[in-house]
Design a protein around this ligand. Structure first.
Ligand code: THU
Length: 141
């Protein structure tokens, strides 16, 4: 897939912000939204879902990823956008280590990750390889 246009990026960030409205985060108050774009233009959205048994909760990125993968999108994931913060606020929120590893199962090191900047002031574009160098891979199993 060729490099995303700024319009595609803005659209994916808007989807992440919208997805965040479904965040269930009564324990942390930290609401995260994620949106994954596939090569065919399909977008899968996710929000973080917490649980009274804290470790049962799941991040927004893995909700979006598992929605995509469980609908057959295992080899055509094009980009991930995310935003997060307390309540309506947005802070710079990079994917956690567990989500990076989960993404690495289906996405290569060039996979673009777009993070909304603090106070919604634009975005930062990075890659999975930059965020997770030396990932543990199925190739060694
Ligand atoms: N969270 C995410 O959804 N994604 C991240 O990348 C970091 C953290 C969620 C987990 C938990 O519900 C809340 O944010 C605070 O950690």
């Amino acid at each position: 897939m060729k490099k995303l246009s700024s319009e595609q990026i803005e659209n994916l960030l808007t989807q992440a912000l919208s997805a965040r409205k479904a965040s269930y985060s009564p324990y942390s108050g930290f609401a995260v939204g994620a949106a994954i774009l596939c090569d065919d233009g399909t977008v899968f959205r996710g929000a973080n879902l917490e649980n009274a048994s804290y470790p049962v909760g799941i991040c927004a990125e893995r909700v979006a990823l598992f929605k995509a993968v469980s609908e057959g999108h295992t080899r055509d994931l094009a980009a991930l956008a995310l935003c997060g913060g307390k309540g309506e606020a947005v802070v710079f929120c990079a994917p956690c280590g567990m989500c990076r590893q989960a993404l690495s199962e289906f996405c290569g090191p060039e996979f673009p990750i777009i993070i909304m900047n603090e106070n919604r002031k634009g975005y930062t574009e990075t890659t999975l390889g930059d965020l997770l160098p030396g990932a543990f891979s199925k190739d060694v199993l």
